[in-house]
Design a protein around this ligand. Structure first.
Ligand SMILES: *Cc1c(COP(=O)(O)O)cnc(C)c1O
Length: 421
């Protein structure tokens, strides 16, 4: 079971909402820091050092990245804007992983300029990189194990995945890069997403450790850093359990003794690039009940929509809903909780048992701290919401204002209007 208690009082929320109108995303700084610290602690045995590169796409906000930087995290980027944001936060050099796919030359250039660790997704990108930006001193390759591993529901089977180099290609790739004079080598994979089974990550470590040992033997390259990827899941549903990272770490440590040390690869850096598990559980979409209506079913219409949190509509994902101030009331009313988009799948919950709602009630949608705001969009003229950081000391800070109609219109060229090209 996972705890789905909303950690703040209704009074606190009303205080924030008095200043920042709903809907907004609210992040719990203290809980994010605690999560980062417990991850670092779980892996503090790693001889070459451990680091989590926060996957920027999960929650692309510089204030969040800044506090994670303070906890020793790096940044995992896959686009030019993510690299720029990372640079602006002052994260640089080997604290950046650039794990893109189908990548344009200017992104490789920017990554190289920032001295980021470039993680190549395809064997043809060796030539592409050399032609456009030159070969860096450090290189990483993304491995796709094909039918050597089974994937999971979200990411799919590795054989169907567009990512990474095949087993044969990866030996060839390191051989080529060795000839081209690369000095430092890293190895990466990402084969699961939102995975709750801790043994899956231990198996990923086994696969990569063995591959590093084989690369050493067959190609003569020494892998100095292994990136186990992200994909650590979170318990969206109350009956699910969080991944025990201490358990994962112990399993990885055992394999380190069994594979890495005998292969002469100690000390090795072991890193991850988790996003979801770091901020997901500690962000909430805060919204107000706007209209209650009774049709063939009971509907609670919120002032948020799937433009603010699209996972329920797109994946049928469960997101827990709390009604602060009514937690102790019987959950004896069944609602479809909806947004205002002209799409019938704009529902945060279907047939959800909640306390009796009233118009104006504040609701908190849980696990909205990753792939929440980040996946927002403007369809139907919906504007993206604000982001608020509830700080360690209990005060709150606006870390992104809500979009305005002017923002939405900013890229338009109205007929007859004279605007610069
Ligand atoms: C999305 C992604 C991540 C982060 O995944 P989480 O599920 O947020 O941990 C890490 N690495 C790559 C390459 C990704 O695409």
């Amino acid at each position: 079971m996972s705890d789905k208690t909303f950690p703040f009082s209704r009074e606190k929320l009303e205080e924030i909402a008095a200043e920042i109108p709903t809907p907004f995303h609210l992040y719990d700084e203290k809980a994010i820091r605690e999560t980062a610290r417990s991850m670092n602690k779980a892996f503090d045995w790693v001889p070459g050092g451990f680091k989590n590169y926060f996957a920027v796409k999960a929650c692309p906000n510089p204030s969040i990245m800044q506090l994670l930087k303070e906890e020793g995290f790096g940044s995992d980027c896959s686009s030019l804007p993510e690299l720029e944001m990372t640079d602006r936060v002052g994260i640089c050099g080997e604290d950046i992983m650039f794990s893109s796919n189908d990548t344009p030359a200017e992104e490789y250039q920017r990554a190289k300029d920032l001295c980021a660790i470039i993680n190549l997704d395809d064997i043809t990108h060796i030539d592409y990189l050399e032609q456009h930006v030159g070969i860096p001193d450090t290189i990483c390759f993304r491995y796709n194990p094909g039918d050597r591993r089974t994937g999971n529901a979200i990411i799919g089977e590795p054989t169907e995945a567009k990512y990474g180099l095949t087993h044969e290609q990866i030996f060839e790739a390191y051989r080529i890069m060795k000839e081209k004079g690369v000095k430092k080598f890293a190895l990466h994979t990402m084969v699961a997403s939102n995975e709750l089974n801790p043994d899956y990550f231990i198996e990923t470590a086994r696969m990569l450790f063995q591959l590093a040992a084989d690369l050493q033997k067959e190609v003569g390259v020494r892998i100095e850093m292994i990136n186990l990827g992200g994909g650590v899941g979170i318990p969206y549903k109350p009956e699910e359990e969080p991944v025990d990272l201490e358990y994962v770490s112990r399993g990885v440590q055992k394999l380190y003794e069994e594979i890495i040390k005998p292969a002469g690869l100690d000390p090795m850096r072991i890193v991850m690039e988790c996003g979801r598990v770091i901020t997901g559980p500690h962000g909430y979409l805060i919204s107000r009940v706007r209209h209650l209506s009774q049709k063939y079913k009971s509907y609670a219409g919120l002032d948020a929509s799937m433009a603010n949190l699209m996972r329920p509509a797109v994946y049928g994902a469960y997101h827990h809903i709390s009604v602060p101030g009514k937690e102790d009331q019987p959950h004896d009313h069944v609602y479809d909780v909806t947004g205002s988009l002209c799409e019938n799948n704009d529902k945060f919950a279907v047939d959800r048992s909640l306390p009796k709602l009233e118009e104006g009630d504040l609701v908190a949608l849980h696990e909205a701290g990753a792939h929440g705001y980040a996946m927002g969009f403007n369809y139907n003229g919906k504007l993206r919401s604000a982001e608020v950081l509830l700080q360690d000391d209990g005060s709150f800070r606006l870390i992104r204002r809500a979009e305005t109609i002017d923002d939405y219109f900013a890229t338009l060229r109205f007929p007859g209007a004279s605007v610069p090209l």
